[in-house]
Write a protein that binds this ligand. Structure first.
Ligand SMILES: Nc1ncnc2c1ncn2[C@@H]1O[C@H](COP(=O)(O)OP(=O)(O)O)[C@@H](O)[C@H]1O
Ligand SMILES: [Mg+2]
Length: 247
């Protein structure tokens, strides 16, 4: 039975997609069967992994237009492609009974085949994110260590509490980790310390440094381990993968 990990933060640009792609690649390299799911209407995960066009995407499958189709994007690595149209999900399914459980149902057939299913959530706490939290085992919250970065965490933790009570009592926060980290900046160091004090045990040791290669790799539809195996980005994501595997 697979573990479903959701990468979430209501803020955009914090590294959700970069982390989903590279942690997924790291887990696949460690020999685990991994499925990635692109739930963001921006479809950056799909664009960064697939060179061709995806005819079947997760939104069409959520609407039951067709069965979910996994594209092979690497050894041990599959992708349920994203769609810009998923932004209409809330409108289309707004008053349907059990609308929070549609993704859980959709992923059911993959749970026997994959060790990990990684969900790249949109930067909003709407119905798509609610679907992700309803089926996830653990949430991972990437954030930029900067002023106000912690506001987003509080909103996520608040929603986790509600989802635990109603839809998914097993939901856990797997961890919070810092991306685009620059140790030289005092402000960022302070934010990290504050967060460690506020959520003891939740802040992971691995931090992802600012690394140009991480921004370049998706343009060639590659993960960081293929594109720049010796880069800070590869070293840091490898450490994060190992920490996630140990939790
Ligand atoms: N550690 C990093 N170093 C340098 N650039 C990064 C890093 N992490 C992410 N980026 C870049 O920052 C932008 C936002 O990252 P992304 O993963 O798309 O965030 P999100 O999915 O949360 O919106 C992207 O252009 C990405 O390439
Ligand atoms: Mg994204």
């Amino acid at each position: 039975m697979s573990k479903i990990l959701a990468f979430t933060n209501q803020k955009g640009g914090v590294g959700k997609t970069t982390s989903t792609a590279n942690i997924g690649a790291g887990l696949a390299r460690a020999g685990h069967k991994v499925m990635l799911v692109d739930l963001d209407p921006q479809t950056n995960l799909t664009k960064g992994l697939m060179t061709g066009k995806a005819d079947k995407n997760v939104y069409g499958a959520l609407l039951a237009d067709y069965k979910p189709h996994a594209y092979k994007v690497g050894e041990n690595l599959g992708l349920l492609a994203g769609s810009t149209a998923i932004s209409g999900f809330e409108k289309v399914k707004g008053d349907e009974l059990d609308r929070e459980y549609l993704l859980k149902e959709l992923l059911e057939p993959f749970r026997e085949k994959c060790a990990y299913i990684l969900l790249d959530c949109p930067p909003a706490l709407g119905l798509i994110t609610l679907n992700a939290y309803t089926c996830a085992d653990a949430l991972y919250i990437p954030l930029e260590a900067q002023l106000y970065a912690t506001d987003g965490v509080e909103k996520v933790i608040e929603l986790v509490g509600k989802v635990q009570k109603r839809m998914n009592p097993g939901l856990q926060v797997g961890g919070i980790f810092f991306t685009r980290y620059d140790q030289r900046k005092v402000l960022r160091r302070d934010t990290a310390d504050q967060l460690r004090a506020k959520y003891p045990g939740l802040v992971l040791n691995a931090t992802i440094r600012e690394s140009i290669a991480l921004g370049e790799a998706p343009h060639l539809a590659q993960d960081i381990f293929t594109y720049a195996p010796k880069s800070a980005g590869a070293t840091d994501y490898q450490a994060l993968v190992e920490e996630i595997l140990a939790r």
